[in-house]
Design a protein around this ligand. Structure first.
Ligand code: TRP
Ligand code: SF4
Length: 542
C-alpha cells in the first residue's frame, strides 16, 4: 500500500456509523464529499499519488463493496471497522465466516520500504495483528524488489527501512513465532510461484491494468508478478480464505491476483443448461427461458429448440442493438442444439490439468455425470460441491487450490497540515520514529476543523468531520475506546470542546503513544537476531 499521501474527505454533513455490539453509535469517519462531482472517474494507481476524492465512486466504478454490509458478520470487529476507517472490501464474507467457524484463514500485507513507517502504516500493522489475534495465519512482507525497481531505492536504504518497519510491526504486537515475516528478494518459494503465475499473465494485460508501456522496466513488471505471488503465498500449502488489508490504490493488484488465482487452476467450475459453451450473458438468457418454460410445463422435457422459440417470441422485431444481437446468437446456439434437453448442470472444465488429474476427477465426481473431452457435466452436485471436488483432485495431483483472495480497504489519513499526508512532508505526518516531543509539537500545530473564534465554536460547534485532529482520535488515539471517540466527536460538534484543549489532549496522548511504542521497539531491537529475517542484503550496493 502506498501511504505516502492521502487526501482529506470533504465532509458534507455528519454521519453515524452502524451500531456497534453494545448498540451504541460511534461517529464514523465522514463519507467522501460531493465537491468532486466534476471529476467523474477515479483512477487507482499503485505507484501514483493515491488520492481518493470520493470513496463512494469506488463502489460503483470498481465493484468494491461497502464494509458496512459485512460488519455484522464479523465477530468482535476491530475499531477501525466499527468507525468506518475500513470502508470497503472484496469477498471479506469468506474470511468472516472462517473466523466465526474457527476454520483456517490468513492475513497478508506488504510494505515498500521507501521511508520511515508512519501512523498511516500503523493502520495496516494493526489490521494484520488483529487478524492474527483472531486466529489467522499472519504474514507481513517487505516489498524490497518493488522499492528497488519501482522507486529506485538502493539496497542500503532498503535494509535500513526494512528493519524499521519490522521493529514497529513487532512493537505493535505482531507475534513472529506464530506468523511469517519475509523479504520478497529472499523468499525462494515466492519467486517460484511468481514465475508460474507469470505464465498466465502477458505484457498487454499488465499494460492495460497498470498503464505500462514500452518504457517500463522489466524489473518493475517482475515486482508486480512477485506481488501476485505474495498475495497467494499463504495458500501455497493449503487453500484458505485470505484477506489482504491495503489502501484502495492497491485494488488493481487484488483484482489481478483474484483472476490469476482462477487461471492457474487445473479446473474451472461454471454452470450451464446444455452441452455447448455459452458466455455469461447467453447463459443468463437461457436461464430465464428455462425458468419460464419449466414453470409453464412442469412435467415436460424442455428442449433447446423450445427455448429458442420462446426467446424468439420475446424478441422485439427490427431491433439491432447489442441486446438484440446477443439474443440472436443465443437463439442460433439453441436452434443448433435442437432436440437436446435443457437441464441445469454444474460443469467442471479442464484448464491446466494433467491427463491423470482429469481421469481422477471423473472418478471423484459422484452422481449423474457426462464426460466430454475437456469438461465434465455433473447433475447432482451443487456449485460448491463441484468446486471442492475439483480442488481436492487438483491438490492431490500437484496443482494449486487457490481460493480467490479477499481484501479490505482503509481510508487514507488526512495530513496534519490539511491536504495529503505525505512521507516527503514531515509536518504532514507523524513518523513512528519521531521523538515523542516532536510528535507532541506536530499535533499542537495541526490544522483543525475549528471556527474562527471560541465564541463561534461554542455557538456552531466544530467541524469534526473535517478535522485532522479528530481523525487522530478516531484512527489511533482513542484506541478501542468507542465511548471516548464518541465523546470527543459529540463535544466538538456540540460546541463544548475548544480546539486548544482538544489539541493539547491529543498531543499528550500522541506523546505517550510514541514513548511507549519506541520503548517496545527497543526491546525488540535486542531480539531481532533471533528472527528468521535478514536485514543485510547480500546484493550489490547501488
Ligand atoms: N505494492 C505494495 C505497496 O506499494 C506493497 C506490497 C507488495 C504488497 N506485496 C504486497 C501489499 C502484497 C499487499 C500484499 O506498498
Ligand atoms: Fe478538531 Fe478538536 Fe477542534 Fe473539534 S475541537 S475541530 S475535534 S481540534
Amino acid at each position: 500500500m502506498t501511504h505516502d499521501s492521502s487526501e482529506s474527505d470533504s465532509a458534507d454533513g455528519t454521519e453515524s456509523s452502524p451500531a456497534t455490539d453494545s448498540g451504541e453509535k460511534t461517529p464514523a469517519v465522514a463519507d467522501g464529499g460531493t465537491d468532486a462531482a466534476g471529476a467523474d472517474s477515479v483512477t487507482l494507481d499503485p505507484w501514483g499519488s493515491s488520492t481518493v476524492s470520493d470513496y463512494r465512486k469506488l463502489f460503483d466504478q470498481f465493484g468494491i463493496e461497502t464494509f458496512d454490509e459485512v460488519l455484522e458478520e464479523v465477530p468482535n470487529p476491530h475499531y477501525l471497522m466499527r468507525r468506518g476507517v475500513i470502508f470497503g472490501h472484496r469477498d471479506y464474507r469468506t474470511v468472516a465466516r472462517a473466523m466465526r467457524e474457527d476454520d483456517p484463514f490468513a492475513v497478508l500485507s506488504g510494505f515498500m520500504p521507501t521511508g520511515d513507517p508512519h501512523i498511516g502504516h500503523k493502520l495496516v500493522f494493526d489490521e494484520i495483528i488483529w487478524h492474527q489475534q483472531q486466529g489467522g495465519d499472519a504474514y507481513a512482507l517487505i516489498a524490497d524488489l518493488e522499492a528497488h525497481s519501482a522507486r529506485g531505492l538502493s539496497w542500503e536504504e532498503i535494509d535500513e527501512h526494512a528493519r524499521n518497519y519490522v521493529l514497529s510491526l513487532l512493537a505493535l504486537g505482531f507475534d513472529p513465532e506464530d506468523g511469517t515475516l519475509y523479504r520478497q528478494s529472499t523468499n525462494r518459494e515466492v519467486q517460484d510461484l511468481a514465475f508460474e503465475l507469470g505464465v498466465e499473465a502477458n505484457f498487454s494485460e499488465l499494460g492495460a491494468i497498470y498503464d505500462f508501456d514500452g518504457e517500463t522496466d522489466v524489473s518493475h513488471m517482475q515486482s508486480v508478478i512477485t506481488q501476485m505471488a505474495d498475495i497467494l503465498y499463504p495458500q501455497l500449502d493449503s487453500p484458505k480464505p485470505t484477506v489482504i488489508p491495503v489502501g484502495p490504490d492497491q485494488d488493481p493488484h487484488v483484482r489481478l491476483a483474484r483472476d490469476l488465482a482462477a487461471r492457474v487452476q487445473f479446473f474451472g467450475v461454471t454452470e450451464s443448461y446444455a452441452s455447448f459453451e455459452a458466455g455469461p450473458e447467453e447463459h443468463a438468457l437461457i436461464a430465464d427461458a428455462y425458468e419460464v418454460l419449466a414453470e409453464r410445463h412442469p412435467d415436460e422435457t424442455i428442449r433447446c429448440v423450445d427455448a429458442a422459440n420462446y426467446l424468439e417470441s420475446e424478441r422485439e422485431p427490427g431491433a439491432t442493438d447489442a441486446t438484440a444481437t446477443m439474443l440472436d446468437s443465443t437463439i442460433t446456439m439453441l436452434r443448433e442444439a435442437g432436440k437436446e434437453p435443457l437441464r441445469p448442470r454444474v460443469r467442471i472444465v479442464d484448464r491446466n490439468a494433467t491427463e491423470e488429474a482429469f481421469e481422477a476427477l471423473i472418478e471423484a465426481v459422484d452422481g449423474e455425470k457426462r464426460v466430454y473431452d475437456a469438461h465434465i457435466d455433473t447433475f447432482d452436485l451443487s456449485r460448491e460441491e463441484a468446486e471442492d471436488v475439483a480442488r481436492e483432485v487438483a491438490l492431490d495431483h500437484g496443482g494449486y487450490g487457490f481460493l480467490a483472495p479477499s481484501s479490505i480497504y482503509h481510508r487514507f489519513m488526512t495530513g496534519l497540515t490539511g491536504g495529503k499526508m505525505s512521507s516527503s512532508v514531515p509536518a504532514s505526518h507523524i513518523s513512528l520514529l519521531d521523538d515523542p516531543e516532536t510528535g507532541y509539537d506536530k499535533v499542537k500545530s495541526a490544522t483543525t476543523g475549528g471556527r474562527e473564534t471560541a465564541e463561534k465554536q461554542r455557538e456552531l460547534g466544530g467541524k469534526a468531520d473535517e478535522c485532522p485532529v479528530y481523525e487522530l482520535y478516531a484512527y489511533l488515539l482513542a484506541g478501542d475506546d468507542d465511548e471516548f471517540a464518541t465523546e470527543v466527536y459529540e463535544e466538538c460538534v456540540g460546541g463544548e470542546r475548544l480546539c486548544g484543549g482538544c489539541k493539547e489532549q491529543a498531543a499528550e496522548l500522541m506523546e505517550e503513544f510514541l514513548d511507549e511504542h519506541q520503548e517496545k521497539r527497543e526491546e525488540w531491537e535486542e531480539k531481532l537476531d533471533e528472527l528468521d529475517i535478514e536485514f543485510d542484503s547480500p546484493r550489490a550496493r547501488n
